[in-house]
Design a protein around this ligand. Structure first.
Ligand SMILES: Cc1ncc(COP(=O)(O)O)c(C=O)c1O
Length: 471
């Protein structure tokens, strides 16, 4: 399963370009590993894409946060963040990771004074088929003991142990490592739970310190419906070596056969008959939304509950501004400045109309383009203003975009793209090949959406501009 990292990420209330989804260097979780996290799988089904085991993941997250002392977060906020990330990346199937972290600094160890914030990353997968069999080493690093109340929590800091054990496995040529409990019984695989089949009975370790896997629970449910007996027991290593079948379960691995442990090849074929039966039951759940298990385990989007109904698409035209457009242009630029500053209203000086008029009349090098509804020359749905500049460092003229605004009810209709197209056409006609824009800085609420728009339009970063006003 190839996974491709998606270009949009949710960070503390906003969708941002993935490369800009950064936490401050002094963030508590960055320094102390205090993020609680979950990984979800999104599956395509005949009834649209669905998340598997959402409620169980959220419950485990709640327990991880509770044991760490993180401030609580509303489940609705988390669910909305997950679906916003999925929708923004137009993801049909893939892997989604959620981190809830204390949004504060590392001057003290206690994370509880800080509000919690969410980070959601997504990866697109190219297939939902089962993964090939894997080999396991036997790790000399063990899971933290059950004496710690955190032992079963999914907390980023704990995964340093898993990461070190996984590194050791790879160094020895294994795909993963078998983690043992402090008493030498089997705990789990690095990043997955483990099952063995012996004489048609399914065995899996009890949970003193392994992760209470969502997929583990699902497999136990499948086994119950298939009348396969399941026993949760302390599992000695010797039992695994003589098992008829061994497989691991997890959000990433799904149901995945194990072909060898510690260099000893297990009995073949892979997958064995019970493993295969469980895989088929899994697939049946995905293929049949009416399936009883599917209706309880698969959850579709909830975003329509939160998203305002889209305004009917309106046909529009892009044209050069005329003098009669001036009041509409001034109103649009005022709205733009209010939105950038996050304030209800912004009053432009009365002399702004003079500048507007000079550009429209061609007395100042530049242009203004507006978007009108088809057949209505008066309403302005969007506008772009530009001036032609000369600069020594550019060695010639360039176009500087001064303002770009689209009425909030008419966004997502490509008006911005088409206004930008008009600027490109204008620039070419003038023999100018360079277009620049100044962005608001990170502190402004519109920074990310503005940045994202220009990035999509193939603008590249070349450093921020600054300005000094002369007295
Ligand atoms: C250490 C560990 N155990 C087990 C699991 C399996 O849990 P789930 O099925 O919920 O993904 C995971 C999954 O990430 C894990 O990291």
């Amino acid at each position: 399963m190839a996974l491709e990292f998606c270009s949009s990420t949710y960070l503390n209330g906003r969708i941002v370009p993935t490369e800009l989804a950064c936490l401050p260097a002094d963030n508590h979780a960055v320094n102390f590993g205090t993020a609680a996290f979950e990984a979800f799988r999104l599956y395509p089904t005949p009834n649209g894409s669905k998340l598997l085991g959402l409620d169980l993941h959220l419950n485990r997250l709640r327990l991880s946060m509770l044991s760490l002392g993180l401030s609580p977060m509303e489940p609705e906020e988390i669910i909305k963040a997950l679906w916003q990330t999925i929708n923004q990346n137009n993801l049909q199937q893939g892997y989604v990771r959620l981190l809830v972290y204390p949004n504060g600094n590392c001057l003290a160890l206690d994370p509880s004074p800080f509000p919690s914030a969410a980070l959601v990353m997504a990866w697109r997968s190219d297939s939902s088929g089962f993964l090939p069999p894997l080999t396991l080493g036997i790790s000399h690093i063990r899971r933290p003991s059950a004496g710690s109340t955190l032992a079963r929590a999914k907390i980023s800091g704990f995964y340093a142990v898993e990461a070190a054990a996984d590194r050791n496995a790879k160094k020895q040529g294994f795909d993963g490592n078998l983690m043992l409990n402090p008493d030498g019984t089997i705990c789990e695989m690095t990043g997955a739970n483990i099952f063995i089949v012996k004489d048609s009975v399914l065995y899996t370790p009890i949970l003193p310190q392994s992760i209470d896997g969502v997929t583990r629970r699902l497999v136990i449910e499948f086994a119950n419906t298939l009348n396969i007996p399941v026993k949760e027991v302390p599992l000695p290593l010797g039992d695994l070596m003589v098992a008829d079948e061994v497989f691991v379960t997890g959000t990433y691995h799904q149901i995945r056969p194990v072909s060898a442990v510690g260099g000893q090849v297990l009995s073949s074929p892979f997958p064995g008959p019970v493993t295969q039966l469980l895989q088929e039951r899994f697939q049946k759940m995905l293929d049949n939304p009416e399936d009883e298990i599917a209706s309880r385990w698969l959850t579709g989007t909830v975003l329509e509950k939160f998203t305002p109904k889209p305004v009917a698409q309106q046909a529009y035209q892009i044209r050069s501004a005329e003098l009669t457009d001036i009041p509409g242009i001034i109103a649009g630029v005022s709205s733009l400045l209010a939105e950038i500053r996050g304030i209800p209203e912004f009053q432009l000086p009365s002399t702004a109309t003079n500048v507007c008029q000079r550009v429209i009349e061609g007395k100042y090098p530049g242009a203004i383009f507006v978007a009108n509804p088809q057949g209505d020359n008066h309403s302005i749905l969007g506008l772009i203003t530009l001036t032609v500049q000369e600069a020594i460092h550019v060695e010639s003229s360039y176009v500087l975009i001064q303002e770009l605004w689209v009425h909030p009810e008419h966004r997502s209709q490509n008006i911005g793209d088409n206004l930008m197209q008009a600027v490109e056409t204008y620039s070419r006609q003038q023999g100018i090949s360079r277009i620049e824009v100044c962005l608001p800085t990170h502190e402004f609420p519109t920074f990310y959406s503005t940045y994202h728009f220009y990035q999509k339009s193939k603008f590249h970063d070349f450093g921020p501009r600054m300005r000094k006003m002369l007295e």
